[in-house]
Ligand binder design. Structure first.
Ligand code: BYC
Length: 483
């Protein structure tokens, strides 16, 4: 079957890339499949593999109506290979090859570069499933549990997407990389996942919502940049992944909003006006807003690290080669080669944080991070609106980009959320005001009691405004059969 907008479900591996006519790749993927299922059973959602989950499955890559909802047991989810439609006249849109026809095969000179980018992208997908593995046990509702599992199966599919590219275009070394994607483990001392944030824990549901808000948004920015790639199969894969990614950020944004709403409501009912009266708010079984700010500080700063160094020759080489572009590259009005232009970069100069003009080509990571920060701020404003509406005197704020960093310009310094450089002693004395402490973690853990009756929600979170697929409030999103 040739490439279509509809997904061929007649093979073991659903696809719209004519896999039946490509026996070499089909066989390689069929050999990879059992290892993947093995990984899913041992590292995927713990305890719910035989539950029926109301999931969305892609039946077409047509932007209208590509999804079908039904009960599915997660191990039977039809993970597949779905690429956005090919645009016949597509060109390389930036870098040294600008104006050449987009590549349908990997250019020899960029093979290592492309393989590296695809492997890094691929590595994050199973990592997040591993990080979220135990959250089902403490789901605050069946609605939330279902959203978690939807995110998990789609991250699994995103791994398939990268593995397809490795198998199809990178021969033996691609197959070896695909195998290793199933061997690394989040947080493992010997075989960790490749990027920092993907080796951290996601210990509770507030972290899950912050992760899907901040870290999945890095996913969006990186996928947008890879969707610009001159290597057309990578671009098409990422374009379809982005349609799924939107739901993940929705889960994060609305999850935090609902926690905020519940806290404000509980405060109003109890007549508590001071949002900083943490003990009083916690007694109500809600999460105080200052603790939510600390979680946001943590997940934002960990996600900033995922953009790499502000000034990066790697990023310049990717751009010049035409393999990884800028956010919304084709909508930017410039020469798309960045000849002789500069970009302002925040740097550490004589111990002070300053803006310095750098060649725009080496500042690609910084530019993408700026676009990311602006995107993060927008959603945070919606959290602030919910607080304002409830009449509570509190505002969330994104911390300064120098705060709590482990990669890039600021990794060697300690900075406050306002961007003030601090001595080690000052940092140690104050860090628990800015990042979740052990006591904060313990308190949040104490609220993580499962709430699995249809239509019921845990004490710390408000119900959503609308159900998934417009289902009624008491819809049984997960029919639990404990494994
Ligand atoms: N941790 O020039 P530099 C997602 C390494 S999330 C560890 O600073 P570069 C998702 C770097 O690899 C999106 N190491 O940075 C979200 C390099 O090592 P080598 C995932 C790091 O290369 C939620 C060295 O430091 N996709 O999809 O310009 C759920 C110097 O590199 C880190 C991508 O990331 C780090 N944080 O940029 C599920 C896209 N940062 O090569 C999924 C693909 C840097 O010297 N990746 N290093 O050994 C890339 O575009 C780039 O590799 C990076 C780094 C943006 C990550």
């Amino acid at each position: 079957m040739p490439e279509t907008t509809h997904v061929d479900y007649s093979t073991k591996i659903p696809n719209n890339v004519g896999l039946m006519d490509d026996q070499r790749v089909l066989k390689a993927l069929e050999q990879w499949h059992p290892g993947y299922l093995d990984w899913w059973m041992t590292m995927g959602p713990d305890g719910f593999q035989s539950s029926d989950v109301y999931l969305r499955t892609a039946v077409s890559i047509d932007p209208k109506g590509w999804a079908k909802f039904d009960y599915v047991k997660m191990p039977e989810y039809r993970w597949g290979i779905l690429l956005a439609p090919r645009v016949e006249s597509r060109e390389v849109n930036f870098g040294a090859h600008k104006g050449e026809p987009a590549w349908q095969e990997v250019p020899g000179e960029y093979r290592a570069m492309l393989r590296r980018l695809i492997v890094v992208q691929g590595d994050t997908e199973p990592a997040s499933v591993e990080q979220q593995r135990f959250l089902g046990q403490t789901a605050p509702s069946l609605y939330d549990m279902r959203n978690l599992f939807q995110v998990n199966v789609e991250e699994g599919r995103h791994l398939w997407a990268m593995v397809y590219l490795l198998h199809k275009y990178f021969g033996k070394d691609g197959r070896e990389e695909a195998d290793q994607l199933l061997q690394r483990r989040s947080g493992d001392a010997d075989k960790p996942r490749m990027l920092g944030a993907f080796n951290e824990q996601t210990p509770d549901w507030l972290s899950f919502f912050m992760f899907t808000y901040f870290t999945d948004r890095d996913g969006k920015m990186q996928l947008e940049s890879l969707a610009q790639s001159g290597f057309d199969p990578l671009s098409r894969t990422c374009r379809f992944m982005l349609t799924e990614e939107a739901h993940h950020m929705f889960v994060g944004e609305t999850g935090v909003t609902r926690a905020v709403e519940r806290t404000c409501q509980a405060m109003q009912e109890a007549g508590i006006e001071d949002p900083y009266d943490i003990a009083a708010v916690r007694k109500l079984g809600a999460i105080d807003l200052p603790t939510m700010q600390k979680k946001a500080n943590l997940h934002f700063s960990l996600s900033l690290d995922l953009f790499g160094s502000e000034v990066s020759t790697n990023a310049a080489n990717y751009y010049n080669a035409g393999v990884k572009g800028r956010y919304q590259e084709t909508r930017i009005e410039d020469d798309h080669q960045l000849t002789g232009v500069t970009y302002p970069v925040s740097k550490l100069v004589d111990g002070q944080i300053r803006m310095v003009e750098e060649p725009a080509l080496t500042a690609i990571n910084m530019r993408l991070r700026d676009d990311y920060v602006a995107d993060c701020a927008k959603g945070m404003e919606r959290w602030n609106k919910a607080i304002e509406k409830a009449g509570v005197a509190f505002r969330f704020k994104l911390p300064h980009v120098a705060f709590h960093r482990h990669i890039g310009e600021f990794q060697g310094i300690k900075a406050s959320p306002d961007g003030e450089a601090l001595s080690d002693a000052a940092w140690t004395a104050r860090k628990e005001q800015w990042l979740p402490s052990k006591a904060d973690g313990d308190f949040i853990q104490s609220l993580m009691q499962p709430c699995w009756e249809p239509g019921r929600f845990a004490s710390w979170i408000a119900p959503p405004k609308v159900g998934i697929d417009n289902k009624a409030g008491d819809f049984e999103y997960v029919k639990i059969h404990r494994a």
